[in-house]
Design a protein around this ligand. Structure first.
Ligand code: NOJ
Ligand code: CA
Length: 558
């Protein structure tokens, strides 16, 4: 089924050491506590990552994005940072970090680290100082403190709800309240304070000096806030548009001053350090601002992650985002799975959303994985087809650990073993995100399927055995080997950042051609179609004789 082409594309854009390496990179997200556990305490660690660099090299990724590894009480999976310039002793040391960077770089793999500027943890030394120093102090000004309402300030300054549910304002001992848009343990910084700005510049230099190649910027759209003396109600906030840069909390125009300053620091390095914004904004146009070359350079586009497996939706999303990225001078990013959403092999086995604005898979997770009924076979077939479609697109592809195994979401984690604040703050409404954070299965058997020598920190289901790396390693038809072959071919075929849509025989089929004759055809329907002309390079499922079956992608060379 697979024929490897023998000549390298003449205009291969990204060579090592070049400043544009990120534009069409394949980036693999590691959630460090769930990847590999080297010291057998049940928690993934940096030495575990180092030990698996050969796996990453064979997989063929260009870069790793590492979710937070900083000291943290894990109130939000590490997105509650105690110290931005250290490693969590539970998962390693700065020396382990240096060893990991050296091993990745020796394998030709870049490293992007997560940075969390909207909020620290409540254990951060600055928050502790703010509590101790009291009302009106410069220490308190680094966060967002307010007096309460009511006769004695006993009511919160506003009725706002935090992103994980529950109130967004929490009272401290002397009666003042602080803002946390996420968990109570995640106080929001005041980005109008110069100390905050300078400290993050120091952090960018700290990791860049240690060899880090770039940063993934958490909640990039939240840092700039403009809070009037009399705060609006939650209802008023909800009714305020986020389209014009004037919302008190989200995607304010001034947020871009912050990132222009960051860019100056990132450009002190050779090659310049890259950055990718996590920015949930109202339009592709608003997103493009974060991605401009004088700011972060790239921004996540979550549109495919929110779409059904549907040709019309995919066509619209790809066309819009390619056009917007071009205007911004950036390249676009594609994502199907990450540590916040239900894995796509599961999403695609559930009924389509058809435009409903709900979290895909939430009902199913809340039912413990019973309702609606999951079609595992269809989910995996579509996930393979979608991933192969994405890997042919111009721009960067962001993969989430385990998707190369076709791993599904784990729905039967017992309530008392959950970790995600979203699960606890909104009982019965938000199922939380633990189901996509279950430690990876490396072997068919063993205490934690080869994750480590102890039981994993989140329970792994028995079906992980057949999806383990060991079970897939030698099977040419496995999802792991599909990804390996696709990434090797992608590297060989990579070409200028554009595509041309070609006519296809039905509205359920998308067919595009890259400038060097690399073609990608996806049949989103269920009926087979005639296979278009060309040399077959790879396909996401078996091809019938001269046919492209339903829910299958093929790469052709013409
Ligand atoms: C986005 C991260 O991806 C998510 O995991 C985290 O909970 C929030 N930001 C808050 O930091
Ligand atoms: Ca460990």
């Amino acid at each position: 089924m697979t024929t490897v082409i023998d000549s390298k594309a003449a205009d291969h854009p990204a060579e090592a050491g070049d400043a544009t390496w990120w534009r069409q990179a394949t980036v693999y997200q590691i959630y460090p506590r769930s990847f590999a556990d080297a010291n057998g305490d049940g928690i993934g660690d940096l030495s575990g990552i180092t030990s698996r660099v050969p796996y990453l090299k064979r997989l063929g990724v260009d870069a790793v994005w590492l979710s937070p590894f900083y000291p943290s009480a894990l109130a939000d999976g590490g997105y509650d940072v105690d110290d931005y310039r250290d490693v969590d002793p539970k998962i390693g040391t700065l020396d382990d970090f240096d060893e990991m960077v050296a091993a990745l770089h020796a394998a030709g793999i870049k490293l992007i680290v997560d940075i969390v500027p909207n909020h620290s943890s409540n254990r951060h030394v600055w928050f502790q100082q703010a509590l101790a120093a009291g009302k009106g102090s410069p220490e308190r000004d680094r966060y967002i403190f307010r007096d309460g309402l009511g006769e004695n300030g006993e009511l919160p300054p506003a009725d706002w709800t935090a992103m994980f549910g529950g109130p967004a304002w929490t009272q401290v001992d002397d009666g003042q309240w602080y803002l946390h848009l996420f968990a109570e343990e995640q106080p929001d910084f005041n980005w109008q304070n110069r100390d905050v700005r300078d400290d993050f510049l120091t952090t960018l230099r700290f990791w860049s000096d240690r060899g880090v190649d770039g940063f993934r910027v958490d909640v990039a759209h939240g840092c700039a806030k403009d809070l009037p003396d009399v705060l609006p109600s939650q209802a008023a906030l909800d009714a305020t548009p986020t389209t014009d840069g004037q919302h008190p909390l989200w995607d304010r125009n001034e947020v871009h001053d912050i990132y222009r300053e960051w860019r100056e620091v990132l450009n002190e390095y050779d090659p310049p350090r890259i950055a990718v914004a996590e920015a949930w904004v109202a339009s592709a146009e608003r997103r493009a601002r974060y991605a401009s070359p004088d700011e972060l350079g790239q921004a996540f586009n979550f549109d495919l992650l929110e779409a059904d497996f549907d040709a019309g939706q995919f066509l619209e999303i790809v066309s819009t985002n390619l056009a917007e990225a071009k205007i911004a001078g950036s390249s676009t990013t594609w994502v199907f799975s990450n540590h916040d959403v239900v894995r796509h092999a599961t999403r695609y086995g559930l009924p389509p959303l058809n435009g409903r604005d709900v979290k895909q898979g939430a009902d199913w997770l809340l039912s413990g994985g019973t309702t609606p009924e999951l079609d595992i076979v269809t989910g995996l077939r579509r996930a393979r087809a979608a991933s192969l479609f994405m890997l042919g697109l111009p721009g960067s592809a962001y993969l989430y650990q385990g998707e190369e195994l076709g791993l599904g979401e784990v729905a039967d984690i017992p309530a008392d073993q959950h970790q995600d604040p979203a699960f606890f703050h909104n009982p019965g409404v938000d199922p939380g995100r633990d189901g996509c954070r279950v430690p990876l299965p490396w072997t068919r058997s063993g205490d934690s399927f080869g994750f480590g020598s102890a039981e994993a920190h989140l329970p792994q289901p028995s079906w992980f055995a057949r999806l383990s790396v060991e079970a897939q390693d030698d099977d040419p038809a496995s999802t792991l080997n599909l990804y390996r072959r696709a990434l090797a071919l992608r590297d060989e075929l990579q070409t200028a950042e554009s595509l041309e849509w070609l006519e296809s025989e039905s509205a359920d089929v998308l067919h595009f051609r890259r400038p060097n004759g690399w073609e990608v055809v996806t049949n989103f329907g269920t009926e087979p179609i005639a296979l278009p002309e060309g040399e077959v390079l790879i396909s996401s499922g078996d091809l019938g004789d001269g046919m492209l079956p339903g829910e299958t992608t093929v790469w052709l060379k013409n």
